[in-house]
Design a protein around this ligand. Structure first.
Ligand SMILES: C[S@@+](CC[C@H](N)C(=O)[O-])C[C@H]1O[C@@H](n2cnc3c(N)ncnc32)[C@H](O)[C@@H]1O
Length: 242
């Protein structure tokens, strides 16, 4: 698939561009998520929350951005304490405001951290989640291995990522939507067209659902499952740490 920005960047350049982009789009990020996904993003995160065991006490939400998944987790699981981490501090500012307005500040802690070098002890968490984050990390294997390191043996890692539906008609519509509508609308509202050109490229460049399942298995997870959502536009993957 065509991938212009990603073709010209090294891994280091991509990481630096990702930081710049999320620094610049944080004020409009939530609004654009709702518009561009037709609010499906809310339902997708809700599905992730349902996959978290009800007795989970310590949850880590990586690449938390504006905190929507961390907030959804803390809202549904009253006993859970959530650590929400991102390497772009500015993305977490709206997260902190939303957390305060929902009265969840005592149960969600925001931490600046790189998902590939986590500042946590081994086996600290019952569950680790990452929504729309893994595809932004060039070394996905290292990221999954870090998640496995910090989750308890028997704990769960859950990812949420967009992908391409298998149905050919939907696939070509989605490709057109990704490559034309997202850069146009995202560029107009955020003022950063590059960020919303990168977004579809990063989806097209990401692993297929089967490849991601294999990566979970080769990172040492068992009972790996993949759940297609919204005609396979999005997938939730989960695995149990051995
Ligand atoms: C598309 S946003 C997803 C935000 C949020 N999880 C959500 O559900 O909307 C991707 C986030 O991943 C963060 N990110 C990308 N690479 C990262 C890394 N290596 N470590 C920590 N955060 C990272 C970005 O800063 C950004 O906030």
């Amino acid at each position: 698939m065509e991938s212009r920005l990603l073709k010209k960047w090294t891994a280091e350049q991509r990481i630096s561009a990702v930081k710049d982009m999320f620094n610049s789009i944080s004020p409009n990020y939530d609004l654009l998520n709702r518009i561009l996904s037709g609010r499906r993003d809310v339902a997708w995160r809700r599905f992730v929350v349902k996959r978290i065991p009800a007795n989970a006490e310590k949850v880590l939400d990586l690449a938390t951005g504006t905190g929507d998944l961390a907030i959804a987790i803390a809202g549904v699981l009253p006993q859970a304490r959530v650590t929400a981490a991102d390497f772009v501090v500015k993305m977490m500012r709206p997260a902190q405001l939303k957390t305060r307005s929902k009265g969840l500040s005592s149960r969600i802690e925001y931490v600046a951290a790189d998902a590939t070098r986590l500042p946590f002890q081994s086996h600290e968490f019952d569950v680790v989640t990452i929504a729309f984050g893994l595809r932004n990390i060039p070394d996905r294997l290292i990221a999954l291995q870090e998640m496995k390191r910090v989750v308890k043996p028997g704990g769960k890692v859950i990812t949420l990522e967009m992908t391409f539906p298998k149905n050919l008609g939907l696939r070509s519509f989605f490709k057109w939507y990704l490559n034309h509508i997202i850069p146009l609308v995202g560029g107009l509202i955020s003022g950063n067209r590059q960020a919303y050109t990168y977004l579809p490229e990063s989806i097209q460049d990401f692993l297929t659902p089967d490849q991601l399942s294999e990566l979970f298995e080769s990172s040492g997870f068992r009972s790996v499952q993949a759940f297609p959502l919204t005609f396979g536009l999005t997938y939730v993957h989960e695995g149990i740490a051995t």
